[in-house]
Ligand binder design. Structure first.
Ligand code: SF4
Length: 197
C-alpha cells in the first residue's frame, strides 16, 4: 500500500522532459521504458498507455506544461496540433487534476499495472507478464544484459514472479538490488536515482 504522500512515489525534484530519453534507459522499469519507446517510435499511445505513463511522469516530477509539450511534440508528428489539443490534451490535464474531477491522481502501482491486459497496438501493463518469453529475451538482450541474467529474469517471469523478475533486472543493471521490493514503478525509479545521482 502506497499512501499519496509516499516519498518513494513522488519525486521532490523537477524532471525536464528532455532528460526522459536518457532516464528511460537508466532508471525506468521495463513497463515505463516500453511505453516511452512506443511513444517515440509510433508518435502515439492509446488511452490506457497515456494514463499509465502520464501518471508515472507526474510522479517523477515532470510538470504539466512540459508533459503537454512532450505529448504534443510526439503526437503532432502524425496528427495536426488542433486535433491533439481537442482530443488528447484533456487526458494529460486530467492526470494533473486540472480538468474533470480535479483529483490528485497517484501513479499506478505494480499490482494494478500487472492486472491490466494490453490489446493489439497497446503497450501498457507489465511486460514481464505480457511479453512472451522469446520477445522478453530479445528485448532484454537488446538492452545489453548478459545471457545468464536474461535467462534468470525470463525464468522468473515464466514462473509468474513478475516483480522478482523486475527486481532482478534492477539488480543486474545497477550492480546492486533495489532498496525496496519492487511494488511500484515510481519507487523503482526513486531507488535507481538514489544510486545514480
Ligand atoms: Fe512495472 Fe512493476 Fe512490472 Fe516492474 S513489476 S515492469 S515496475 S509493473
Amino acid at each position: 500500500y502506497f499512501p499519496e504522500h509516499d516519498r518513494t512515489i513522488w519525486s521532490n525534484t523537477e524532471t525536464p522532459v528532455d532528460a526522459l530519453d536518457e532516464l528511460s534507459k537508466t532508471s525506468y522499469p521495463l513497463c515505463m521504458r516500453t511505453l516511452h519507446e512506443a511513444l517515440k517510435s509510433n508518435y502515439h499511445l492509446k488511452n490506457s498507455g497515456r494514463v499509465q505513463y502520464g501518471l508515472f511522469l507526474k510522479g517523477i516530477g515532470v510538470k504539466m506544461d512540459e508533459a503537454l509539450q512532450m505529448w504534443r511534440t510526439e503526437f503532432t508528428k502524425k496528427i495536426d496540433a488542433d486535433k491533439f489539443d481537442k482530443e488528447y490534451a484533456y487526458t494529460i490535464k486530467f492526470i494533473y487534476g486540472k480538468v474533470g474531477s480535479q483529483k490528485n491522481y497517484t501513479p499506478m502501482g505494480c499490482s494494478k499495472i500487472i492486472s491490466n491486459i494490453a490489446g493489439t497496438g497497446e503497450y501498457h501493463g507489465c511486460p514481464y507478464r505480457l511479453m512472451d518469453s522469446g520477445t522478453l529475451k530479445k528485448k532484454l538482450t537488446s538492452y545489453g544484459l548478459l545471457a545468464t541474467d536474461v535467462s534468470e529474469i525470463v525464468s522468473l517471469a515464466e514462473e509468474h514472479h513478475y516483480q522478482l523478475a523486475c527486481a532482478k533486472c534492477f539488480e543486474v543493471t545497477h550492480k546492486i538490488p533495489p532498496e525496496h521490493p519492487v511494488m511500484h514503478p515510481n519507487a523503482y525509479y526513486s531507488d535507481s536515482r538514489s544510486i545514480i545521482d
